[in-house]
Design a protein around this ligand. Sequence first.
Ligand code: SF4
Length: 312
Amino acid sequence: MEALALERKAEQNRELRERLTQLKKERNAIILAHYYQRDEIQEVADFRGDSFLLAQKAAQTDAEVIVFCGVHFMGESAKILAPNKTVLIPDERAGCPMADMVNVEGLRKVKAEHPKAKVVTYINSSAEIKAETDICCTSANAVRVINSVDADEIIWVPDKNLGHYVQQHTDKKMIIWEGYCNTHDMLTVKDVVEMKAKYPEAEFVVHPECRPEVVELGDFIGSTTAILEYCKNSTSKQFIVGTEDGTGYQLRLDSPDKEFIFATKFLVCPNMKVNNLKKLVKCLETMSPQIYVPPVIADKARSSLERMLQVK
Ligand code: SF4
């Protein structure tokens, strides 16, 4: 019975992939997929990457339509950097709880309390927040960006865990927003200690969106892309992974001879998994839902993203 169901699913996916190829040609579309997406989406993507790499890809492509398989703020960044293109997202309910933990009103209040501070915003944020920002950053360039800012005081939004990590690498005073990623924050010291005991030869690679006490246990600490690079180049054969489980697709593709064990089964972002192959095909068929960012917000948000690009 189970075998039959699997066979039927495989057949459905084959049909969906064929339809997708046809639609891509008809619409002159490109599929961008975040590393945290389901395997069935990463398999059919033209490019896989983290939010920043994909936004850059969106800005560079000649395609007229971009299907952004990720969460809403990522589609927004693509639209901000490629305002003349149509940006689709397979399911508009794919939001990011961390991005939603900061609002414009609250941020303006903190800005008023610290008039000399500059706002540095993690790319995992809404277009409205980016529009209130002096400069954006990613988890890969956060320390460089903060140290490049011409101010002693920094208002940091929205991720407190990444903020804590960055604070250890800068002399600037950081006023850290209390947001966090529900998924990365699930990982506990107990989980990691147990895994390390079970797999003593494995290296523990961890994303700085995890809790500070978990990050401290890392053999390697880095952004999603940095973790992928590190595992590919390391001579180790076994890794305990402290980031979202969708990265397993690229990790296994890069190093089929290595073993990747996720530090807990809870490292799954339900928002990322809202998208699936069926919805991806449907959004190209119907050309909806589309991402819209009001031009006045997009222009301001673009400036904060472009300032980040100038940081060497
Ligand atoms: S993994 Fe965390 S930061 Fe990324 S989309 Fe999910 S909740 Fe947001």
